[in-house]
Structures are given as C-alpha cells and as structure tokens.
Design a protein around this ligand. Structure first.
Ligand SMILES: [Zn+2]
Length: 323
C-alpha cells in the first residue's frame, strides 16, 4: 500500500471580471504530490502546473501567494491531461493524505466539471494530516497553518511554501512526526460523493465518537423521520440509548438530542443536514459523542433558549396583529 501526499494550488475568479462558475469556484492550476511507501519513505514526486481554462487570468492573490507566473501556466497542459497523468502515477488504490479537508473536494469538483468523475470513486477514505496533528499535538489549534506545524517540529524550511509539491513534501514530513499507532484510527472520509443507497451509508467508530453519513433524502422532514437517522445507540457498547431530550433544532440549524447509556452515561447526538453538490437533495451527518454532566447541561440550556426564542417570536407576532 502506498500513500500519496497531495496538494493543489488553485485560481479563482477575479472580482468583476469573468463571471464565477458555481460548478467550479476554484480551478486547479497545480498538482504536487509525494509518493510514500508503507514506512513513509519517499519513492517519487509529481509536480505539474495546469493551463487554466475557466479563470484564465491569474488572480493577483494567487500569483502573490504561490509565485506561479502566467507564463508558466500558458506553457502547461490543461487539467484533464495533467490529472490523468497524476492518477496513473498514483497507482492502484492509493491512500491520499492532505493538509486540511479542502483539497479532495476541489479535486473531485474539478474532475466532475470535465466529466472525469468516474476516475476517482468516492466516498474517499483519506488522512487529514492537519486534523491528526491537531489531535495529537495541538488540541488548542495554535498551529493552524502548514508552516506553523513545520515550525512546531523545528523542521528545516528549505523550499518556499505554497507551491504544491513543496507543501506536499512538508505535509509528508509532518506525517512522519506523528504517532503511527494513533494515525491508524484517525482517518477521515470525504463525502463529496455522498452515499446514495442504504448499503453505501457510512458508519465510522472512533475512540471518542461515532459518525454516520446517511443516504439522500428529498426533504428535511423525510430525513428527520428516518429511523436510522434518528436512532441513537451507544457506540461503546451498542445498546440503544435512552432519550432524555428528543431531537430539536438548535444552534446553526443542526439538530441535537440528549441520551443516556446505562453503562457509559450521557450521550450527545448531533445531526447536520448537508445539501448535495447538485443542490436538490440532502443527507445527514450524525455524530454521537459521550459527554459529561456539564456537556449535558449545555444541551439543556440550548433547548431552553430555543423554546424561549420561539415563544418570543410568537408573542411578538400576536402583539403586531393586535395593533
Ligand atoms: Zn454504552
């Protein structure tokens, strides 16, 4: 099994110039990657720029940050050619590693734009090195950027940041600093290509939480009425948890509930409702987490706030009608 630590640079619309194409807000202009063996030794590097087709003029910010020139891009192949080369270079069933969770989404969006989406089957299981670094070394999120994490380990900084292959190499170096035993259980799943059927639904059990990604539904109501979506089982013992507060719409339109496992105590359920990339259907991301009494109080308070707000709104409404 090989790891592909990959990074992309992208260009975007210049304000007031080309109209933005919602299907592809960020156009990939450079692919850089480092191929690693099972022991994280470097086997090979991939580095190519792509000639932009949608946002042809390089955004001044992109130019400033990456140092890529318009001339360099105009002499390059376009994305469809470069990405096919890249995916062939990756070999069979590569395990992708990225800094952050954005790169694979943009890769799939760019592929879809050119009708090449069948080249990369999803949902993609990958390693988000930024997240793993955070979990293992930086719980307070002090070193958000790749450069800050590089400094954290006092790694040499020979090449400039924000060129794709350099960023991939720095990410690989950080990956080598992490605890491999912990990494094994800290993988992520990218659900840009979200599950379509019950069989494709994703159930992930981590040390301290459980995550479920549902199939698609046509409305919020249909989604929230689904048995599997609403169910809360303790992910430590598998028992159905007793509901103390049923699902309610809380902060940021997410749904919350409070449950209890006889053996493991308080459990928080949270459902985020995501719209599919096509924009017409929705799916649920449910997380189940063990919480302490303080955490349980927070949920109770949130529910109380929601009730009070609703009451206020109704009251104001009726007051307005009376005038
Ligand atoms: Zn339990």
């Amino acid at each position: 099994m090989n790891y592909v630590v990959v990074d992309f640079e992208w260009n975007q619309r210049m304000f007031g110039k080309t109209p933005a194409d919602n299907r592809i807000p960020f156009e990939i202009i450079e692919i850089g990657a480092v191929l690693l063996d099972e022991d994280l030794n470097e086997i090979d590097r991939f580095s190519q720029t792509c000639k932009p087709k949608i946002y042809k003029k390089l955004h001044y910010k992109t130019k400033e940050i990456t140092g890529i020139s318009q001339k360099e891009l105009s002499g390059s192949d376009t994305f469809p050619y470069v990405v096919v080369d890249f995916l062939l270079w990756c070999g069979d069933d590569p395990v992708f590693c990225t800094w952050g969770n954005g790169d694979l989404v943009e890769l799939q969006r760019n592929l879809k734009y050119y009708h090449l989406d069948d080249l990369l089957e999803g949902p993609i299981t990958y390693y988000n090195v930024q997240k793993m670094f955070r979990l293992q070394f930086d719980p307070e999120h002090k070193a958000e950027s790749l450069e800050a994490a590089t400094d954290f380990f006092r790694l040499p900084k020979k090449e400039p940041f924000h060129r794709a292959v350099n960023d991939a190499a720095y990410t690989a170096e950080i990956l080598r600093q992490l605890d491999p035993k912990l990494c094994e259980r800290q993988y992520s799943v990218d659900y840009y290509q979200n599950p379509k059927t019950k069989e494709e639904e994703i159930h992930l059990v981590y040390d301290d939480y459980y995550k479920y990604i549902s199939r698609e539904f046509s409305s919020r109501e249909e989604l929230m009425a689904d048995r599997e979506v609403r169910s809360v089982r303790c992910f430590k013992c598998g028992r159905t948890a007793r509901k103390k507060l049923n699902w309610f719409v809380g902060k940021g339109k997410s749904c919350y509930c409070l449950c209890e496992c006889r053996e493991h105590g308080n459990i928080r359920g949270k459902i985020r409702i995501k719209t599919t990339d096509a924009g017409n259907r929705m799916f649920a991301i449910k997380t189940i987490r063990l919480i302490d009494e303080e955490g349980a109080d927070k949920i109770r308070e949130m529910k109380q706030e929601v009730i009070e707000k609703r009451w206020e709104r109704r009251h104001r409404g009726s007051a307005a009608r009376e005038q």
